[in-house]
Write a protein that binds this ligand. Sequence first.
Ligand SMILES: [Zn+2]
Length: 155
Amino acid sequence: MRLSDHFYHSELTRSHLAVRHAIANQPAETEICALRQLCIAILEPVRRHFDVPIVPSSGFRCRALNRLLGSADTSSHCRGEAVDFEVMGVSNIKLAHWMAENLHFDQLILEFPDAADGAAGWVHVSFKNRYNRGQCLTRLHSGYEIGLPQFHKPL
Ligand SMILES: [Zn+2]
């Protein structure tokens, strides 16, 4: 099932961990609607701008899968409102800055970046159908920091 021009249901629900544990990880209709909005508001504009295919690493997570990952039941991934991804050939810091300047979202988290390695970490982003906070955070091993690091380094 297609969710938007370039993104399919399978790409936003697949998980190696779910397969390994025989978890179906199937979203309900409400969560599919949220995933569709996420694709249209976030993934499509990113794909259009950088003009390369994007392979999401984690989109929807049913509660069982999310718990296996050690994430809280309140995670926006469980509502189909969040996706983790990277863009091939673009540093995650550069990607996060572009998104912060050009997109509407609830929360953007630059996860475990490394100034010396643009491919390190990934970007988590969530989108809701209203009350999007536009909050940017950076997650380091020491905890969360407000905002994004002010360095750009090509991959
Ligand atoms: Zn995430």
